[in-house]
Write a protein that binds this ligand. Sequence first.
Ligand code: FAD
Ligand code: NAD
Length: 513
Amino acid sequence: QVPLKPGRSLMDWIRLTKSGKDLTGLKGRLIEVTEDELSKHNKKEDCWICIRGFVYNVTPYMEYHPGGEDELMRAAGTDGTDLFDQVHRWVNYESMLKECLVGRMAVKPIAAPKANILMTLLFAGVLPEKKVLATSSAKDLSPRLSSFFFLFLLYPGFITSYDWFQTDSLITIVIYTKQKDMDAELVIVDCQDKQLRGEIIMDDHSYLVEVDLDHAVSEDVAVNIAEKVGKVEIILSKKDNIHWKMLGQPREGHNTFIKRIDRGLFFRKCKLVSKTQVTHDTKLFCLLLPKGTHLCVPTGQHVYLKQVIAGTEVVKPYTPVLPFSSLDFEEPPCHDGVHIYLMIKIYSHGLFTQALDHLQIGDYISVSNPEGNFKKSQVQTSEDLFLLAGGTGFTPMVKLLNFALTEVSCRRTVKLMFFNKTEDDILWRNQLEQLALKDERFEVQFILSQPSKEWVGKQGKISSSLLSEFMKRSRRDSKVLICICGPAPFTEQGVQYLKDLGYSQEEIHAFTA
Ligand code: FAD
Ligand code: NAD
């Protein structure tokens, strides 16, 4: 992130896009752009970038880009899709840059897969017959076939497939993932208005079943998992007890197994059911998932919220926490599977958080599928867990704490160093102190950067000396995991201090954007 000049905030950009000004220089005309043409527009004052086949003139946006002009210029005159995905794929560029759209890239002819390859795949059982028949034409099949073919070559053991069957009242879709340790957090199902979307997460890939169902189903969706063999069942209840001839019509992403990063974010609308004050500026938002949704956000992962602000879709990440009462931590985490709790600081000039704060109980907000690269196994194998949080960087620590204290048997210590500006800013202070009293494995220390005169605890910002004083191992060679989250400079400095203190990269997990 770079500091933006005054008058160059996201809100200012939204205003400019609504002003009717010609931002492409093409007076609203859309053109077909060749690679050659694209490459000519590679200067700051004339900069075109292609993202997923669409070309944008980003020159007017330069000064508004939170990542700075230099970052945008890295993709000048080229296809910036990969770069964009690495840095901020969640930014809703289609909405943000719609007034900058120059046109589409001219399509290069693609060689069609040879018939004998199609037949080989069919006979090899890579594409079960049912799926081939359910698809309308060979043309629709070809891109999918070629991706399956490559997959087959690359990961012969990883081919995922599905099947379905019915009884009088139920439709069961069975997905054979062949993945051991499959669990409920890896299955995300949305079933609304005859549309079914079931996504199975397998490391950095995902498999999708996405169909317009043949007939109506009720909103009750059940998910069964046979963990050892990696079989997933999605069970739907028929509205009418009639015999289905087919599961339905495949949608665009149906039956694909691709990198998660290549799947667009999927959002569903959730209802705001409560809003509770946590501190003077931070609130706990409780969102209700739609009835036909099965979604549990894994420990250490975040979701994206999407709101339309002044006519533009704006997307920001937030890390779900557990409800207040779960800080009792007597039971393993209870993902009720129905609610998502978000602890959000409302900034007085914040574009997104101000809009969030104006939501009324009963209003709806779009919530994405979870993302993040934290792996719970890192916690499972460590004996000493150190959590370093700055401000709302506390949010990923909530589920982590719960997980470490309830589900990991070799755990010896969990220590939380919580950095805040003032006493009033400390989130869930009481609960954390209660927990420390109750569970001798847990210790918490609050460090204030702007303390009042009365504060007798630790003060200052993150430093080598504070860290080395606090982070004592339970035994000399204990396995350690350190998780750190907070404002970017806090996290960057913290990681550097930890490395200086001799901790290895593998022992540190930094939560970043
Ligand atoms: P903006 O309009 O972007 O900023 C307006 C002003 O607000 C800034 O000038 C500044 O004064 C202040 N401000 C805004 N953002 C920050 C900041 N990050 N640090 C310090 N000052 C700032 N936030 C939560 O409250 N809870 C969460 O659980 C949470 N989870 C996150 C997870 C991830 C992976 C990431 C990357 C961020 C997370 N955030 C979380 C931050 C959140 O995404 C937004 O950045 C934040 O809510 C501010 O958005 P805004 O549009 O209101 O502010
Ligand atoms: P804040 O401004 O209230 O600061 C909290 C503490 O962080 C300060 O008391 C100080 O000790 C430390 N700090 C702040 N600025 C620092 C700096 N420049 N150098 C060293 N230490 C510094 O924090 P906030 O407003 O609650 O912001 C929390 C941040 O955490 C946000 O930037 C948010 O984006 C981030 N966050 C990230 C994730 C994630 O998963 N990546 C999750 C939640 C929050």
